[in-house]
Design a protein around this ligand. Structure first.
Ligand SMILES: [Zn+2]
Length: 328
């Protein structure tokens, strides 16, 4: 059977027909909105390289959460900018830390109960050197020490879950951290708290604007000794397999758009819930093109998100979450 018997255009004729045969759908409940919590009250400071994204004090974050509920978003992913930083990243696991305060305030707000509150677990926002783990000096410079970092990440995850996180999401890429986080959670009787592991996180230039948002740029060196090399897909599959073996309940893939093939490979191989993170640089470059009038905002935004769903992501962490929910 061939043309003219088959005419593919028949099912594209009207929006009703197109909608009927649409293979992939995007819903507000599949979108997770990242928030950057900072000290103070009434603070709403826009991030220069990320138009429409703000550092928010806890009271302002609660307002954002209420709006997120109204829009039907799936949840929030919380990052923190602490009052002060030190070598050990103490602010990350302090029970009075900025994200812990935010979680308590959000949990006390009735509306936020409709959202999944996900706490990012990492040290780079809290360490004076800006690395995701403990730094030790070595003969030829420095090293980001794995096992000591893993201990602190476990403490951090337990502290965040105790403060009210529904899900903890380690993004550090240290070896063995998922197992340690599971152990630390269970020890605190938090055996029901799921781990969303950034199992497949590549060392990427697309994280640039986030470092301004979270004030987390490394003061020396880079993150290539712990984040993955962008050329490797088999290695990503091994990382995911190991994290699942250690007890990860869900996995997060990051960045999204330049790594859609990795998302697809993971989807075909693993039967676990999987998210994609449309990272800061992906957002900022689209915003820059919108500002120039080079791309049509609404359609481009939705196309970028549906591509991630089509590649196999069940849910998407995106700075466009609110904007997308408004048009869906
Ligand atoms: Zn980090």
């Amino acid at each position: 059977m061939d043309f003219p018997l088959i005419r593919m255009r028949r099912t594209r004729r009207t929006e009703a027909l197109r909608s009927l045969v649409r293979e992939t759908r995007l819903e507000p409940g599949q979108l997770i909105y990242p928030l950057f919590l900072c000290p103070g009250e009434g603070v709403r400071k826009e991030i220069g390289s990320m138009p429409g994204v703000f550092n928010l004090s806890v009271d302002e974050a609660v307002k954002e959460a209420e709006e997120a509920v109204q829009l039907g978003l799936g949840g929030l992913l919380l990052f923190g900018l602490p009052e002060s930083k030190d070598e050990q990243g103490t602010g990350a696991w302090d029970d009075l830390g900025i994200v812990q305060q935010g979680l308590r305030a959000l949990k006390a707000n009735a509306a936020s109960k409709k959202l999944v509150l996900i706490a990012d677990v990492c040290l780079c926002e809290y360490t004076s050197h800006g690395h995701c783990g403990m730094v030790v000096e070595t003969a030829d410079g420095y090293d980001v020490e794995n096992d000591a970092s893993v201990d602190i990440l476990g403490r951090t995850a337990a502290s965040l879950a105790k403060a009210g996180a529904d899900v903890v999401a380690p993004s550090d890429m240290m070896d063995g951290r998922v197992a340690e986080i599971r152990r630390a959670l269970d020890e605190e009787e938090l055996e029901q708290t799921p781990i969303l592991s950034y199992a497949s996180k590549f060392a990427s230039a697309f994280y640039g604007p986030f470092r301004e948002a979270a004030d987390s740029a490394p003061q020396f060196g880079d993150r290539r000794s712990y984040q993955m090399d962008g050329a490797n897909v088999r290695e990503a599959m091994r990382e995911i397999e190991l994290d699942l073996g250690e007890g990860a309940d869900m996995i997060l893939m990051k960045p999204a758009m330049p790594y859609l093939d990795v998302i697809r490979a993971a989807r075909d191989r693993f039967e676990v819930p999987m998210g994609a993170y449309q990272v800061s640089g992906e957002y900022s470059m689209l915003q820059a093109a919108f500002a120039k009038g080079w791309l049509e905002p609404q359609r481009t935004m939705l196309e970028s998100l549906i591509g991630m769903r089509r590649a196999g992501a069940d849910f998407i962490v995106t700075y466009f979450a609110k904007d997308a929910a408004k048009v869906l």
